[in-house]
Design a protein around this ligand. Structure first.
Ligand SMILES: Nc1nc2c(ncn2[C@@H]2O[C@H](COP(=O)(O)OP(=O)(O)OP(=O)(O)O)[C@@H](O)[C@H]2O)c(=O)[nH]1
Ligand SMILES: [Mg+2]
Length: 297
């Protein structure tokens, strides 16, 4: 059997978490159409007849401002050192922007200093791009780095994802399996609950708000066929609290319902969910809070 670790890096919103979910056949990482959704490294394990692939989902690379964002960028770049194969994902709908170029440079610069792993370019979202439009994008990215492979994929539909897996297996050695056959992620249910609630807040809000949201699970109790969860949604300003709660509490209720239904399905049991909203100003720059929230050690 083969075993390999693939780290997935790239700009925000390109589809890194979607790819991990597709490869492990389970939703272990939250996904949204807003940038900077993933904040910490997530391990997913994909099981194939040839062996196992450990996948490292990472926060999107960007120019950091808050302490949280600096940690996110560091977390992503550190994953390079732990990978047998490095996958750099880009959005195939667009030619590389200055930010895309900056991110590719940043990855190759760190890779050059600390890793000998092959670097795959994943050109994602090809399910929504006419073929003639993808080719110039591939050509433009080809110039930007010393890619071992260039693979157009759709993380969402799974197009070419098996080919990606077999190219990774070609590059890794025979090894004993590292994980049990039913192991899919290192994330606890408690953490998954917090992330699911955060995803629902991100989905139902816009502009700056998604960046300012953190969720902490205060209580997670499995009682027979029911799981009781109490969680606090933190935002940075009173105005944001009012938005999350909504008129007569409607938005918070909708967030709670969406999170409860998804968690009930994931946990395969009935879920009671109690949500509170609190203001914690500037938590993104508060070292103590970043540890409390699990973004720093
Ligand atoms: N059409 C299409 N959309 C995709 C594909 N992969 C991801 N998306 C969408 O792109 C958006 C971002 O997806 P994510 O998986 O959250 O992206 P990410 O790279 O993990 O983003 P960050 O965590 O913010 O760095 C979501 O709206 C996805 O549904 C794809 O292959 N095709
Ligand atoms: Mg993500």
């Amino acid at each position: 059997m083969k075993f390999g670790t693939m780290a997935i890096l790239g700009c925000s919103n390109v589809g890194k978490s979607t790819l991990v979910n597709t490869l492990v056949h389970q939703k272990i990482a939250i996904v949204s159409d807003k940038p900077q959704t993933t904040r910490s490294r997530i391990l997913g394990v994909a099981h194939f007849p040839q062996g196992q692939l450990a996948l490292l989902d990472t926060p999107g690379l960007h120019r950091p401002w808050h302490r949280l964002n600096k940690l996110m960028v560091r977390t992503a770049l550190d994953a390079i050192d732990d990978a047998d194969v490095l996958a750099v994902m880009v959005d195939g709908r667009n030619l590389p922007s200055p930010v895309d170029r900056f991110v590719v440079d940043q990855i190759f610069s760190r890779h050059g200093r600390s890793s000998a792993a092959p670097v795959f370019l994943l050109v994602n979202k090809i399910d929504v791009i006419p073929k003639p439009h993808v080719l110039p994008v591939i050509e433009a990215y080809r110039q930007l780095g010393d890619w071992t492979e260039i693979i157009p994929v759709s993380a969402k539909t799974g197009l070419n994802v098996d080919r990606l897996a077999s190219l990774v297996f070609d590059r890794v050695v025979e090894r004993e399996d590292a994980f049990d056959e039913d192991f899919v992620t290192d994330q606890s249910w408690r953490h998954l609950a917090a992330e699911t609630i955060r995803e629902k807040v991100i989905e139902s809000t816009k502009a700056e708000l998604p960046y300012a949201v953190a969720v902490m699970v205060d209580e997670f109790q499995e009682q027979g066929r029911v799981t009781a969860i109490a969680a606090t949604i933190f935002v940075e300003k009173p105005g944001q609290k009012a938005i999350v709660i909504g008129k007569a509490g409607e938005r918070l209720k909708a967030i709670g319902t969406a999170a409860r239904l998804e968690l009930a399905q994931a946990l395969a049991c009935k879920v009671f969910l109690k949500l509170h909203v609190k203001v914690k100003s500037a938590w993104r720059d508060d070292d103590h809070w970043l540890v409390e929230l699990g973004y720093a050690t």
